[in-house]
Design a binder for this molecule. Structure first.
Ligand code: GLN
Length: 284
């Protein structure tokens, strides 16, 4: 009889052969999912010595097959962690990246002593930014604007799962009427699609499973920065903050766009890896 441990070793080797750089991590997560036990728990460790049940073995192997074909681990697991919150994900919604925690951290740090804040998160996707700000800041209202039905389904689920007061607003951030339907905010956050045509042609297999509309920002990746800055700048209070996540090397262009639209103190900030990851500025 094969034990779970042996099964895990075998499947991990299979994942390595399929080109997976995180095979040990992914293998353990997927076995945990098949067993219904957190792979970081003592219970999981104890179970791995036991002979594998046929149904769990079949389930685990099927999960590993999906992973070998390039489906993102996060979609297979159905949830991921972001800034200490559990966020449901799946086909049709962008997976929260650790990179995006930089944006949350900057805003939490800037506004940690404020309360009664009104926050609007544009291109909200899973809702990870909105949920984190609602949880860690003194907010009166947090709006999460999303146009994709598929993404909004996860967003609504995540609001419920986290017992959050975030308000989901179905709408296109590129339409003036969406901006006009919302109150003036103290903070507007946005992680727009910002990949260029060249980036899109060279996507990692996993990323091709994610919605292109959450990734592609036009030929030079900057379409959303231009449009969102123009349309939403008047939905901020005087002294309010607009903050964007940006892609590699976009800081100068995005700072220029914000300066042209009259923002002050326009600055970029690096992520923990040292890459410029956010651009923020103050409404006059
Ligand atoms: N950070 C994502 C990536 O590297 C891009 C997400 C976005 O365009 N906002 O694929």
């Amino acid at each position: 009889m094969v034990t779970y441990k042996q099964l895990l070793k075998e499947q991990t080797e299979g994942l390595v052969k399929a080109g997976n750089d995180n095979a040990v991590f992914d293998g353990a997560e997927l076995l945990g999912l098949a067993l219904g036990v957190d792979c970081r728990s003592g219970a999981f460790e104890a179970l791995t010595e036991k002979p594998a049940e046929e149904s769990v073995k079949a389930e685990f192997e099927a999960l590993c097959e999906r992973r070998k074909k390039g489906e993102p681990l996060q979609y297979i697991l159905g949830e991921w962690e972001f800034y200490g919150l559990t966020v449901k994900v799946g086909k049709g919604v962008l997976i929260p990246r650790q990179d995006t925690e930089t944006l949350v951290e900057l805003i939490v740090d800037k506004y940690k002593n404020s309360d009664n804040l009104v926050v609007t998160d544009l291109c909200a996707g899973s809702g990870c930014i909105a949920l984190a700000l609602e949880k860690y800041l003194g907010c009166r209202e947090v709006y999460a604007v999303e146009k994709s039905e598929a993404a909004a389904k996860y967003l609504a689920e995540n609001i419920k799962l986290n017992g959050s007061a975030v308000k989901l607003v179905m709408g296109d951030v590129l339409k003036e009427e969406t901006a006009e339907s919302l109150p003036v905010a103290d903070i507007i956050t946005c992680n727009p699609p910002y990949l260029t045509s060249a980036d899109m042609a060279a996507l990692q297999t996993e990323v091709t499973h994610e919605p292109a509309e959450a990734l592609f920002g036009g030929e030079d990746g900057l379409d959303l920065y231009r449009a969102v800055t123009r349309i939403w700048k008047d939905r901020l209070v005087s002294g309010g903050t607009l903050i964007y996540e940006i892609g590699a090397g976009q800081e100068d262009d995005v700072m220029q766009i914000m300066v042209q639209h009259g923002f002050e103190n326009v600055r970029c900030r690096p992520d923990p890896c040292g890459m410029m990851r956010c651009v923020m500025g103050t409404k006059k």
